[in-house]
Write a new protein. Structure first.
Length: 252
């Protein structure tokens, strides 16, 4: 069996004027660091989640409650008067500590884009990392699933990724977005390959702050989030044969 299970905790919140931000683990963990940081910093509420028997066997405990491996958070934008994406009233953040493996990843992308379209979410920002060439030579490139998405990229000064290959969940979300006419923007930020890179995450956050000015960039919490996330990911990779109860605690 390899079915996905969608857990719905809140189906009453109107998301028809929302922007969604998706962050699966990527190079330097920049996408996961940024997404996890935003869900906490903006005090977003868990509204849905996805689980499957093909996902790694772990759960994240928040407020003493077990959460699915892929989680959707949402909340109202604060300080919208500062500008940015005027058409969006709410923020949705979708995050996880693992990348769905080949095969199931197609189903995850299809479920996410279908859920996003059904909820009427206006724009999707998928965060991902690309190799950093040269010390501190951080750049950000974008790829859009629709003409409208590509126009938005230009409005916020995101340089277009004209030629090349995008892989993994980001590629699938872009293709599903094009097929379902969902405005998906892949934000590809430079990151160090061998360590969690909160500086790379901060660079992505700087561009996000142009769209959502209420995101205040404070690198201190980003470094802490990078450390916490690295521990969570490392612990969910512990083999199931481990016998110690203490070793199975993923995060405290």
């Amino acid at each position: 069996m390899s079915e996905l299970e969608l857990h719905v905790y809140d189906d009453k919140t109107d998301l028809s004027k929302s922007v969604a931000i998706i962050g699966f683990p990527s190079l330097g963990l920049v996408s996961s660091i940024a997404a996890s940081y935003m869900s906490k910093e903006l005090n977003l509420n868990l509204i849905a989640g996805i689980s499957s028997d093909e996902f790694p066997p772990y759960t994240i405990i928040q407020n003493s409650k077990p959460m699915p491996q892929i989680r959707m958070y949402a909340g109202c934008r604060k300080d919208k008067a500062e500008g940015g994406m005027e058409e969006c009233d709410d923020i949705v953040v979708i995050t996880s500590e693992f990348v769905p493996k080949d095969g199931i990843n197609y189903k995850v992308s299809d479920l996410l884009t279908t859920w996003i379209k059904d909820r009427g979410i206006k724009t999707v920002l998928v965060l991902d990392g690309i190799p950093l060439f040269g010390e501190d030579n951080y750049i950000l490139l974008g790829a859009g699933s629709t003409d409208s998405a590509r126009v938005q990229m230009g409005e916020y000064g995101i340089e277009s990724f004209e030629e090349g290959m995008v892989r993994g969940m980001t590629a699938l979300l872009l293709m599903d977005g094009a097929e379902k006419e969902v405005n998906v923007i892949a934000m590809l930020g430079s990151a160090k390959a061998d360590v969690p890179d909160p500086k790379g995450a901060a660079k992505i956050m700087e561009f996000l702050a142009k769209m959502l000015p209420e995101l205040k960039i404070d690198t201190g919490p980003l470094f802490k989030e990078a450390d916490d996330l690295e521990k969570r990911i490392a612990r969910q990779q512990i083999p199931e044969t481990t016998s110690s109860v203490g070793d199975r605690v993923l995060y405290r």
